[in-house]
Design a protein around this ligand. Structure first.
Ligand SMILES: [Ca+2]
Ligand SMILES: [Ca+2]
Ligand SMILES: [Ca+2]
Ligand SMILES: [Ca+2]
Length: 326
């Protein structure tokens, strides 16, 4: 009976297998189809000034010919030139009345591979501070070298021209060496007030990502870490990021490394023992002047981050004696 049933089901099973193989090959094809990207990077300009951005054709194989158009808002930016192509032949027609560049590149050899620069585009800001223009790419032709005229499928990654310079985020941690502060006090203090905007815009937003899933706002923020990362042999630092935004809406981010150890661990070896007590002893009664500890060992010994190394830190070591991070 079982054999008979299998005989009956076999054609259907074969059909399923065929369908599966067809789907699998289709998935493989569509995965490779998205591998090539034509992109233009964002560019930031001051009014009346010029800046260069590049059109890249990334992750390509045997590229022979590219015919690519760029459109922009001619009331905001003009294109001064399009040059420096990796192609043997490159020709660009710039039209600043309609806002377009139509460019063709051709390779006379065995095709181009890898990441290819289609061209550098020099833009001039003709609009006002705060205005933006989309930089939109369209691919007219992208094909392999040789007589087969094989089209290379590619995705497009458009850019933006900003007549605005991004703000510069500057993050300062009063302490670079922090301890878990859930049971014993340890507050991490972060300061962004040295951040500035090169073209004088006001900074309206300060957003902190503390690296452990918690966020803060404002030029100064504080955070008590409740967790640490131990990878089996050592602590892993957390990435603290600060994003500042100017009053034209342009944002910029910086990332800084923060150490978080278990309570009482001054030297970051994962254990609370005599080694930590020695660090506290060596720096006894030192205090941090200004914004942050300059001595990293003293920062470690300041276990409660109150900017002085004293009995408060010694007590934390005593209460966590022989605790380990693993
Ligand atoms: Ca700005
Ligand atoms: Ca230790
Ligand atoms: Ca500290
Ligand atoms: Ca202290």
């Amino acid at each position: 009976m079982k054999n008979n049933k299998w005989e009956k089901e076999r054609p259907r099973a074969a059909a399923y297998i065929a369908l599966f193989l067809f789907s699998a090959s289709f998935i493989t094809l569509s995965a490779s189809a998205t591998a090539t990207t034509v992109s233009i990077s964002d560019v930031f300009l001051k009014p009346n000034e010029t800046a260069v951005t590049s059109i890249m054709i990334n992750n390509v194989s045997n590229l022979g010919v590219a015919d690519i158009s760029l459109s922009f808002d001619p009331s905001v930016v003009h294109v001064v030139s399009a040059t420096n192509s990796d192609f043997d032949l490159f020709d660009a027609v710039i039209d600043n009345s309609t806002g377009s560049v139509k460019a063709v590149g051709a390779d006379f050899g065995d095709g181009l591979y890898g990441d290819v620069k289609f061209g550098d585009v020099t833009l001039k800001a003709v609009g006002n501070h705060g205005e933006t223009s989309a930089l939109n790419i369209s691919i007219n032709v992208l094909k392999e070298a040789g007589p087969d005229e094989t089209t290379i499928p590619a995705a497009v990654d458009n850019g933006t021209a900003f007549i605005n310079i991004p703000p510069v985020p500057i993050a300062i941690s009063v302490h670079r060496y922090n301890n878990v502060g859930t049971d014993y006090p340890c507050e991490a203090l972060f300061n962004a007030s040295d951040s500035y905007d090169p073209d004088g815009d006001a900074i309206t937003n300060y957003t902190w990502d503390c690296g452990d899933g918690y966020y803060g706002e404002g030029p100064e923020t504080e955070h008590v870490y409740s967790s640490y990362k131990w990878n089996g042999t050592g602590y892993e630092p957390l990435n603290l990021s600060l994003t500042v935004k100017d009053d034209r809406g342009l944002a910029n981010t910086t990332i800084m490394s923060i150490n978080v150890y278990i309570a009482g661990d001054a030297n970051g070896d994962g254990e609370v023992d005599i080694g930590d007590a020695v660090w506290v002893g060596v720096h006894w009664e030192e205090s941090c002047d200004g914004l942050s500890w300059t001595d990293e060992q003293a920062d470690g010994a300041d276990l409660n981050n109150d900017c002085v190394i004293d009995i408060g830190d010694a007590v934390i070591i005593g209460r966590n004696w022989e605790r380990v991070a693993w």
